[in-house]
Design a protein around this ligand. Structure first.
Ligand SMILES: Cc1ncc(C[n+]2csc(CCOP(=O)(O)OP(=O)(O)O)c2C)c(N)n1
Ligand SMILES: [Mg+2]
Length: 331
């Protein structure tokens, strides 16, 4: 490479970029499948909400972000954390409530945060994330460092006043922000057709004077492309975007959900739409990657998850003497 040739953009879908994206999606899937199994043993405290099926959203969006950028997540946050670069080993320990966890075992699944990676936190408050990113986006705008802030939220959260107020504020202040509505069709057991007033959540963007884009959430490439445009617009001072990503969650709302409210759609999605299968088909069909490269990633990820669980299970729990530490952040 000569001095005059530009380095490929970090989010370029060259061989390394494709492998990175596949590794992220595979890591999220393997992580979630394993947490599902581990939760069934009764050894994980608290509630767990799994992101399997939705991997293309976190991966497609976060592939355009770096450590100066911030994301706010939801109660279904493991995928967002992994895609933003949080260490899966420390996340697994956190979920098991161990002192080696991302938050020293004090947060658990719904409160994983890692500010060094711009991961503002999973959030037990539905609609809690969008107002947070108005703060980080304003900070980025004032600092002039090109930082972008992203809020992921669900179809249920799209009806919360906090979400609507945050979109209004982001538009009024022309913030470098991206609102990603992850529409998996349900808020707990309530189908979005019963609770969301518009046909599409993205249609609401017009009411806030920002672009609204609908994407097939099973298609990594579609999410990647739509997010590229939205993130670039935000970085260049063009203001916020609402991106609606549509897909199906593979597990119940929470681990233990009997799911009497739906039947058939998960099997259908796994067979015909799964983001990992579609990614594999695309890159093999276009001869962009070799099957052996993807298989190697699968093996690496399987070993990482195995190692994460072994390490988490053998790590100590916080002691009673640590009860009052990690309560406040020191600035
Ligand atoms: C303010 C608030 N209201 C209600 C709840 C209970 N609750 C937890 S998850 C959830 C549904 C959220 O649905 P959605 O936003 O579509 O996200 P998904 O679970 O589908 O990812 C509800 C109502 C909560 N945690 N916070
Ligand atoms: Mg939902």
């Amino acid at each position: 490479m000569t001095d005059t040739m530009a380095e490929p953009a970090p989010d370029a879908l060259d061989e390394a970029g494709l492998l990175r994206a596949y590794r992220t999606m595979r890591t999220i899937r393997a992580f979630e499948d394993r947490v599902h199994d581990e939760f069934a043993t009764g050894d994980i405290p608290g509630f767990v909400h799994l992101y399997a099926g939705e991997e293309a959203s976190a991966t497609g969006v976060c592939s355009h972000l770096d450590d100066r950028d911030s994301i706010a997540s939801t109660h279904r946050g493991h995928g967002h954390c992994i895609a933003k670069g949080v260490d899966p080993k420390s996340m697994m320990a956190e979920i098991f409530g161990r002192s080696t966890g991302t938050c020293n075992g004090k947060g658990g699944s719904m409160h994983i945060a890692d500010l060094s990676k711009g991961m503002l936190g999973a959030n037990g408050i539905v609609g809690g994330g969008p107002p947070l990113i108005c703060g980080t986006a304003l900070a980025g705008k004032l600092a002039g460092n090109g930082a972008v802030s992203v809020a992921f939220f669900g179809d249920g959260a799209s009806n919360q006043g906090t979400t609507l107020e945050a979109m209004n504020l982001a538009s009024v202040w022309n913030l470098p922000a991206l609102f990603v509505a992850e529409n998996n069709g349900y808020a707990e057991a309530t189908a979005s057709g019963w609770s969301v007033s518009s046909d599409n959540i993205a249609d609401r963007a017009a009411g806030f004077g920002m672009p609204g884009v609908i994407v097939d959430g099973f298609d990594f490439f579609a999410v990647h492309e739509a997010a590229a445009e939205a993130v670039a617009r935000a970085r260049e001072g063009g203001g916020p975007t609402l991106l609606e990503v549509k897909f199906t969650r593979y597990y119940g709302h929470f681990e233990g959900d009997g799911q009497a409210y739906r039947a058939g759609e998960v099997a259908e999605a796994k067979k015909h739409s799964d983001c990992l299968l579609r990614f594999r088909e695309h890159v093999l069909g276009q001869a962009l990657l070799a099957g052996s490269e993807l298989d190697a990633v699968d093996s690496e990820v399987a070993a990482l998850i195995e190692d994460s669980v072994t390490a988490a299970r053998s790590a100590p729990k916080p002691t009673a003497a640590e009860l009052t530490t990690d309560v406040y952040v020191s600035y």
